[in-house]
Ligand binder design. Sequence first.
Ligand SMILES: NC(=O)c1ccc[n+]([C@@H]2O[C@H](COP(=O)([O-])OP(=O)(O)OC[C@H]3O[C@@H](n4cnc5c(N)ncnc54)[C@H](OP(=O)(O)O)[C@@H]3O)[C@@H](O)[C@H]2O)c1
Length: 280
Amino acid sequence: MVGIHHPRNLLLVGCGNMGGALLATWANADTLAGTAYCVIDHQPKIQIASRHSVRLQAHHNLDTVSPNYAPDIVVFAVKPQELDAMLPAYAKRFALKPLYISIAAGKELAFYARHLGAAARVIRAMPNTPATIGCGMTVLCRNERASEKDLEEAKLLFGAAGTVANLDDESLMHAVTAVSGCGPAYTFLFIDAIMQAGMQRGLDETLARTLAEQTVLGASSLASASRGESLAALRQRVASPGGATEAALNVLMKDRGGLAALLRQAVDAAVARSAELASK
Ligand SMILES: NC(=O)c1ccc[n+]([C@@H]2O[C@H](COP(=O)([O-])OP(=O)(O)OC[C@H]3O[C@@H](n4cnc5c(N)ncnc54)[C@H](OP(=O)(O)O)[C@@H]3O)[C@@H](O)[C@H]2O)c1
């Protein structure tokens, strides 16, 4: 089995919002010290502040990368629709040697096998934007060619950007996309809505935003620290019978529907769209 020797050579293809955020966290991670990065992007906008001395080269395309360059890992962080046209060149250049990791939403492992070769070691990763500040949630799913060691390597990379989970059943990646991939957007909407509601009741914008942000952060941290208790129990601890919280929950949980039913519909819509995009 091909293993990754250290220090590793990592090729990042696409250095936009997500690729750039990952590169910044990797460059600062003690666990990845010594890694040599090569970045390919139409317009590499690379700004890295790191206390490590980071070995990094940037290119506009694969053509200017030295023919002797041999990456251990290739991470694709381009839009899904770019992949069809670009993967053949990478397959031709690097063949089966690297571990290929892709963060492109929707594209299935079989798609990479078609373009990179049936024997290519491939891992799909679904990160989310809090990875930018090291608080991301990434779910990994590997093909049958990728080894346990490859998975550990991917966990090391995405672990530098937050929490990592692993899925064996690839069909669940649509649900992952709908929950944690898209989820930050739902949460920003929720924070915004509480902030606006607070402002409507007289709080100034700065205070309302601080209250909303800190409440979501604090409640989320408390839930993480209280895994032995159900979320319903944590909720009930805030809501004394006949009190103000209960009055609000009666609105949010109206007729056993309310917010929970709306979120189920939202996740269903995201799952359906993710599956639709994957089939294109
Ligand atoms: N944003 C999220 O919340 C999120 C979450 C999970 C997964 N993802 C996935 O992450 C991937 C990247 O998303 P993003 O938001 O970071 O997109 P983005 O900001 O557009 O970044 C993609 C970068 O790749 C460059 N690029 C395009 N074609 C290329 C090529 N052939 N070779 C080299 N570089 C190329 C783009 O340059 P140009 O702009 O000049 O074309 C751009 O700088 C997507 O597949 C998405 O599904 C995103």
